[in-house]
Design a protein around this ligand. Structure first.
Ligand code: FE2
Length: 256
């Protein structure tokens, strides 16, 4: 089964990811060779650091890169997305959020970045706002939160948010603390999926490297398959698990 990468800075010339179209196409060649055939384009939606990104332009940028990838005869398919900073999650209009949401229209979800500086009231408020708007949430790289105060995420997880651990963290690219916390999240079953969070040209830890890392951490084959294959695919195809499945009569009328 081909891999699905839900977090990748492949769109060129926008953030700190791929610099040029040629860089992005070169990386797509790597993805194609490694059987990573579905990739979400999750440029930073973080006005404080990348003020020039126009969400309304993302679709066109994606189409341009997709055409270049197809022209090379590669099978990689690009999907919408965005790595949403919590400050921006509190400020964006509904229409802008819709343009960076992932998953099918009836069960959309957003990739919300866990702030490196620590989880705070603003982050909680961002989660609350997006949840109220009906989005599922995939929380990007919680293992990279300095201090690792992840108990603060518990209420969000109980409300349905899911955790995405970076392959690069498991490989030690973000230091020993992120590596240790990432390992614990996958070993204890708290992580829902891995993603690459690749920045082509600077950081390129592809998803298949994650499968190897999980094996070294003693994660079972079944769980490694879920983390790298079936769970990301479910989010891409079916969407937010709380909304994805057709409502049964029992779920619709729980007291009957
Ligand atoms: Fe990222």
């Amino acid at each position: 089964m081909p891999y699905v990468d839900l977090h990748c800075h492949i769109l060129p010339g926008l953030d700190d990811g791929a610099r040029t179209l040629a860089d992005a196409v070169r990386y797509a060649r790597v993805l194609d060779a490694e059987d990573v055939l579905d990739v979400a384009c999750t440029s930073h939606i973080k006005r404080a650091h990348f003020p020039d990104i126009d969400i309304l332009e993302l679709e066109g940028r994606r189409a341009e890169l997709q055409a270049a990838i197809r022209a090379e005869g590669l099978q990689v398919t690009l999907h919408p997305g965005g790595e949403l900073a919590h400050e921006d999650a509190l400020a964006l209009h509904d229409r802008e959020l819709e343009l960076i949401a992932q998953g099918p229209s009836h069960a959309q979800w957003l990739l919300l970045e866990c702030p490196f500086a620590g989880l705070d009231d603003d982050f909680d408020a961002a989660v609350d706002r997006l949840t109220r708007l009906g989005y599922g949430l995939l929380l990007a790289h919680p293992e990279r939160v300095v201090g690792g105060d992840l108990e603060r995420l518990d209420p969000h997880l109980e409300a349905g948010a899911l955790l995405q651990v970076n392959v690069s963290s498991l490989l030690g690219a973000h230091g020993p603390a992120a590596q240790r916390i990432g390992a614990r999240l996958v070993q204890t079953g708290r992580a829902y999926c891995l993603a690459s969070d690749t920045h082509p040209g600077t950081r390129e830890e592809i998803l298949p490297f994650g499968s190897d890392a999980l094996r070294r951490l003693g994660v079972s084959e079944v769980q490694a398959f879920r983390l790298t294959q079936s769970n990301p695919r479910f989010l891409l195809r079916e969407g937010n698990p709380r909304l994805a499945l057709p409502e049964t009569e029992e779920r619709a009328n729980p007291t009957r």
